[in-house]
Design a protein around this ligand. Sequence first.
Ligand code: NAD
Length: 492
Amino acid sequence: METMTMKYPVTKNYVGGKFVASKSTKEMEVVSPLDGSVLSTVPMSTKEDLDAAVTVAKKAFETWSKVPIKERVQVFFRYKTLLEKHMAELSQLVHEENGKTIDEARAEVEKSIELTEFACSLPQLIGGEILEVSRGVECRTDFYPVGVVACIVPFNFPSMVPNWTIPNAIALGNTMILKPSEAVPLSSIRIAELLKEAGLPDGVLNIVNGDREIVEAICDHPGIEAVSFVGSTKVAKIVYARASVSVNYKRALALGGAKNHLMVLPDAHPTMTASNVTASMSGCAGQRCMAASAMVAVGDVDHIIKMICDEAKKIIPGQNLGAVISKAAKERIERYITEAEKQGAKILVDGRNTVVKGKENGFYVGPTVIDFVTPDMSVAREEIFGPVVSIIRAKDVDEAIAIENANPYGNAASVFTQSGGWARYIIERASAGMIGVNIGVPVPREPFSFGGWNDSKFGVGDITGKSSIGFWTKLKKTTTKWNAEAKTNWMS
Ligand code: NAD
């Protein structure tokens, strides 16, 4: 494969603190969605590559798990400072490999910093409990790390999603195998380098690149105790099922896709609603699991729909709108729009056939607003993962809730209204894990946790925040009696 024209070196795996070549001869190109240029190549690693990484991670666990947590988090205090120091370079890398705008990339690295700050607070959160349960008998609890854990991540947040898991899981004493998305493996390299510079011992974080084959090998590996996954629902189901029952019945947490509904009521603040809906559907080119994908227009909100179209027209691909991940993604999104049009929906703003001057080989779709979508259309039911909002008309709030409830996903739902009563009514009835009131992208900030419901998440607990502590640790319960003369048993 041609390597002379690549901007970055060939991507390698990271095992025991060193970048090592995979045993595989299969590789893929890492293509920048901005202009179609080849940035690097990424190996499709083999089971032997994974075995070597797990062996190293198991060895590192013996010492890392015994380091007191207050000492372990010192690495993350230093890592946070390094993320801040390298903000410009890290944002540029995310921009190039993922295609989102530089501002969106910076926001992603800022979120990585916030996630790291949370991990630094873990010593304050995992103190166990102790109680004298009978005379002279006490019970106490302690959190123990699980062992070697694996994290499989998607393409849409090359920095943030790895940092959903790395700081918490590692600060809690686990060692890790990270499997980056083969589309965006470059940010993970810098994460590993910065963690090493921050003092993370070799072998605690390891990276094995690849696609389906290596994910299946992770699920099946007897040396891995827990698997977290973030990606599409189709693969989340496969990974959750396979990791849970394969070989050693691992614990698994698998986050899937989304179809988020924003319910707009007639009393909604018009300009705020229009700018929020538009930003939610088009931010990161719609490639966010929290993006507004369907807007349920309750009653007459035509004045707001008009403002949304005006806002959408101000979004210029290649300027304040990034690229979508691949040519295939662009084609898929455009197919959805065309299908909706054929089925009778009205395309109010059309982002098909977008070409950015000077970046003709990039993958761009302009912001798209589709009105008069009915719940049976594929644009209403399926995740499009592009800058497209489908407007579904509902006569009242109960019909809007029924439409939201009928979709199989459950990541986020939002309501736009100035009525506290209607907001409460919808909060209680929406079938989603993260709810926004007058907020288009209701991502809970730390210390609140991130996680959806229904087909957007398989497993118990959330992937970040306090809720993730249970996933990354095992609880030990100890009952103690030291005074032999006390003629009590543990019950009396
Ligand atoms: P994807 O499911 O295609 O890939 C995710 C990971 O799984 C990648 O590392 C990939 O290599 C691996 N993979 C792909 N196909 C596989 C297969 N058949 N078997 C085993 N492993 C496989 O997802 P993506 O396209 O990278 O990311 C976009 C998806 O991720 C969207 O559906 C989006 O909603 C979802 N997502 C969800 C959340 C969330 O929090 N719920 C967050 C970010 C992204």
